[in-house]
Design a protein around this ligand. Structure first.
Ligand SMILES: CC(C)(COP(=O)(O)OP(=O)(O)OC[C@H]1O[C@@H](n2cnc3c(N)ncnc32)[C@H](O)[C@@H]1OP(=O)(O)O)[C@@H](O)C(=O)NCCC(=O)NCCS
Length: 323
């Protein structure tokens, strides 16, 4: 009771009340209870710190809460790709939110913006975003920041100056056995450099570090299409918490159809997700004719210099993480 007599002691009481939620009931005076409640509501101290491997459980809890598809391996990959660029938000001392960044030279991505349900609407998402933007803008090389926004995220990002580029549809369903044709083979290390160069031309981004990492983790999942002795078009997939994520698939018009069908065949009869730019009509047709349905949409957004991408060559994005 004596604790309530001085403000600095009230703040200690607040910490206790938030941690153990019993101190509120120890205060017999209604005014003190009211004061304490008001202070709790207005405290909302948001602090951002580096995300480490010890935060894996937090990451998984938040992805599961949001119904997202990422696994522990995905979180570890984020931290490996940008060890100084993955962050946790603490609200009044409790970890409640995350975001990750990935710098591909001039283009950087922000992903995994997640805030626990009970901590939403208190500015945590906005603070995380501002921190990530500041982190990226301190690197002079970064000219463009991109992300794939959910409808909830889009409102937050627009307020921070992000501009919508185009829509992606997430298709989901059970991968069917489909007819495949010759021409698709397993990727080998020797052709990796030309594949990455093709990816750079089509996406406007040098994504070598992400693609190499995926290749190291899932070498058997990388498939390529060759035509006239030239191997460029490729597809990969990786396991997810709810479904196999097919993508990225960067391919010419002929190769895209073959690669997507090959991936579906290899994934059959398991659940799959494929994120496809809605303007890539041919890719959308394959998803639809394979019985997949649209689960939700993402909006690709950017801040800074616009990027020139070849949407017709993007048959599947890599998921909402890195385009
Ligand atoms: C999207 C998401 C990250 C937003 O996080 P958040 O912490 O709720 O975001 P903020 O609190 O910063 O902003 C959300 C809203 O609260 C408002 N707000 C900001 N500070 C506030 C405060 N102190 N008190 C009350 N509201 C506040 C914002 O203005 C915004 O208002 P709006 O509804 O008019 O847009 C969160 O809803 C979430 O995790 N959703 C599920 C996963 C997801 O979709 N992530 C986005 C991936 S792209």
């Amino acid at each position: 009771m004596a604790l309530c007599k001085r403000y600095d002691n009230v703040s200690i009481l607040l910490r206790f009340s938030q941690r153990f939620s019993f101190c509120l009931f120890c205060v017999p005076n209604n005014k003190a209870i009211l004061l304490t409640r008001n202070l709790i509501e207005s405290t909302n101290m948001i602090e951002i710190r580096l995300m480490t491997i010890d935060d894996l459980q937090l990451g998984m809890r938040l992805t599961q809460q949001a119904g997202w598809n990422q696994t522990e391996s995905d979180w570890l990959r984020f931290m490996k790709l940008e060890p100084q660029g993955c962050f946790v938000a603490e609200l009044d001392g409790y970890p409640v939110g995350t975001t990750t960044t990935c710098i591909f030279s001039q283009v950087a991505w922000i992903a995994m913006v997640l805030v626990g349900i009970n901590a939403r609407g208190k500015g945590v998402g906005t603070t995380l975003l501002k921190h990530a933007i500041e982190f990226l803008q301190r690197r002079e090389v970064v000219k463009t920041i991109r992300l794939d926004a959910t409808p909830a995220g889009r409102r937050v990002y627009e307020k921070l100056g992000f501009v919508p580029e185009y829509e992606l549809a997430r298709f989901e369903g059970i991968a069917p056995q489909v007819r495949t044709r010759l021409g698709v083979t397993k990727a080998i290390r020797e052709i990796f450099a030309s594949m990455i160069e093709f990816d750079r031309r089509m996406t406007g981004t040098y994504r070598a570090k992400m693609l190499s990492r995926l290749f190291e983790e899932f070498p058997e999942n990388f498939r390529v299409h060759s035509s006239g002795g030239k191997i460029e078009s490729f597809i990969t997939m990786r396991p997810g918490a709810n479904a196999i994520q097919i993508g990225p698939c960067i391919a010419t018009t002929n190769a895209g159809t073959l690669l997507l069908r090959d991936a579906l065949n290899r994934a059959a009869p398991k659940p799959v997700f494929i994120d496809i730019p809605t303007d890539n009509i041919e890719a959308v047709k394959i998803a639809e004719s394979s019985g997949l349905k649209i689960q939700r949409y993402f909006t690709r957004m950017y801040l800074g210099d616009p990027i020139k991408e070849h949407i017709n060559e993007i048959w599947a994005s890599s998921g909402p993480e890195k385009g």
